[in-house]
Ligand binder design. Structure first.
Ligand SMILES: Cc1cc2nc3c(=O)[nH]c(=O)nc-3n(C[C@H](O)[C@H](O)[C@H](O)COP(=O)(O)O)c2cc1C
Length: 155
């Protein structure tokens, strides 16, 4: 992701959807957050794991924490989504959150999808699993994704 002078005011929402104790995805995103912040971007981290499960599963868009999460997407002009590959796709937790977004929630935003996983067998989790879901909320652009294997993460 190139950074220009004009882009230095951009706000990026980084969304982590890990559920395991290893937190590889969160580690990857925090690394990226630090790089973005160093380039002058405002970074708005959003950890899906901290959202109330009941509100997500019941699609409670009036719950203060889901309202707050949706607002974080709205206020950003770029969104980085980090997923661990779970059963060859993204987690149900992230899907539950994305289902709460309004139909055109990402229409003026660029999205960078990232994934962590144990095996390169599932590098297509981004393109076959996550990308169609992201497309449904109408992002202006989805960049090519990046898959990082566990063995390259020192969490
Ligand atoms: C329930 C479960 C399912 C997984 N399924 C896959 C998979 O299908 N493909 C893969 O490459 N890795 C798979 N993994 C490994 C995780 O994607 C990998 O360890 C990832 O870095 C975990 O990220 P996290 O620590 O942020 O949760 C799975 C791990 C778990 C716990």
């Amino acid at each position: 992701m190139r950074c220009t002078a004009a882009a230095s005011r951009w706000r990026r929402c980084t969304v982590s959807s890990c559920t395991s104790v290893t937190h590889n995805t969160a580690c990857l995103l925090r690394h990226l957050d630090a790089r973005l912040a160093a380039q002058g971007h405002d970074v708005i981290p959003l950890d899906v794991r901290t959202l109330p499960a009941e509100a997500l599963l019941h699609a409670d868009i009036g719950h203060p924490e889901t309202v707050h999460a949706i607002e974080r997407f709205r206020s950003a002009d770029g969104v980085v989504i980090g997923i661990p590959a779970y059963q060859a796709a993204h987690s149900g937790q992230l899907k539950s959150l994305l289902e709460l977004l309004p139909q055109y929630a990402l229409e003026d935003k660029t999205v960078l999808p990232l994934a962590t996983g144990g095996s390169t067998a599932h590098v297509l989790a981004i393109d076959y699993g996550l990308r169609p879901v992201l497309t449904s909320v109408a992002p202006a652009h989805i960049t090519p994704g990046w898959f990082v294997q566990d063995k390259h993460i020192d969490a």
